[in-house]
Design a protein around this ligand. Structure first.
Ligand code: 2AM
Ligand code: CA
Ligand code: CA
Ligand code: CA
Length: 258
């Protein structure tokens, strides 16, 4: 796609996300319907579903030929990355949404023939929208976002996943000890946005495609690195332990994990 067309699409996606936020805030004033998916720690609400439906419909209007991979299953069956593929997480941090009514995000990523092209992480309650990609540039609430400093692991806070830290998977406790300290927030989207902003030097969690599709586009556009925890490339159609970090922190973490 040409730069001008991508810039228009970038503006349109930001408008649809603002509309989605208005609807989510309104729905938060009503009674939530909460269901367990695979366990008591894996929830879905009526707002996850209604917001996914809204995002999918609006993306279809913007990009009718595209295929859409969405967490709650209201998109398409996507088995290849050919052409335009939108990857959608309607509410990232559903547990926070239910129990804190805060610290959750909407996320959208666009991959064109597998290339990270546009990404959006919208921290709904903070009203912070991280948007853009390698061609259109990255903004926070429409202002250019500077690339974070290439800070080493030992000089920054590290974004942890609760389960990985508790069970010391991938030497997460050593990684946390080497850093200035671990931080656990419970939303991959919000934690990745903290890496974008230079508030964390890295984030490591077991993630599904919609948990890191948007963040990967934004992170790579800002000179951060996204890989599996063994340093191999991520695949947008599979789940794994995904590391988003500064180059320098990634080096230290890969040396700890190997
Ligand atoms: P979600 O809220 O969209 O499900 C903390 O739970 C973070 O990990 C959230 O970003 C959550 O996304 C994500 N996550 C990934 N896999 C999960 C799982 N099996 N159960 C709960 N959360 C999961
Ligand atoms: Ca979920
Ligand atoms: Ca998620
Ligand atoms: Ca979700």
């Amino acid at each position: 796609m040409e730069k001008q067309a991508l810039e228009q699409l970038n503006q349109a996606v930001q408008v649809l996300l603002k509309d989605a936020r208005t609807q989510v805030l309104a729905a938060m004033g009503q009674t939530l319907t909460i269901d367990e998916k695979t366990s008591r720690k894996d929830l879905v609400t009526n707002v996850d579903r209604s917001n996914e439906n809204f995002l999918v419909q609006r993306l279809r209007q913007l990009d009718p030929q595209a295929r859409i991979l969405a967490e709650e299953g209201l998109g398409d069956q996507v088995e290849t990355l050919a052409g335009h593929v939108w990857i959608v997480d309607p509410i990232d941090g559903t547990m926070n949404f239910v129990h804190q009514r805060n610290h959750f995000a909407m996320m959208i990523g666009l991959y064109i023939d597998g290339e990270p092209t546009l990404g959006y992480i919208y921290d709904v309650m903070a009203d912070k929208l991280y948007a853009g990609g390698p061609i259109v540039g990255v903004t926070l609430n429409e202002r250019p976002l500077p690339a974070p400093r290439d800070a080493p692991l030992a000089e920054g806070l590290f974004g942890a996943s609760g389960p990985l830290l508790i069970h010391n998977k991938y030497q997460m406790q050593t990684i946390a000890q080497t850093s200035l300290g671990p931080r656990i927030l419970g939303s991959a989207g919000v934690q990745i946005s903290q890496v974008l902003a230079g508030e964390l030097v890295g984030y490591l969690s077991y993630l599904r495609p919609w948990d890191f599709a948007a963040g990967r586009v934004l992170a790579e556009s800002l000179g951060l690195v996204v890989s599996q925890v063994d340093g191999t490339p991520v695949n947008m159609l599979s789940s794994g332990a995904v590391l988003v970090a500064t180059k320098s922190a990634q080096r230290a973490i890969l040396a700890i994990v190997k």
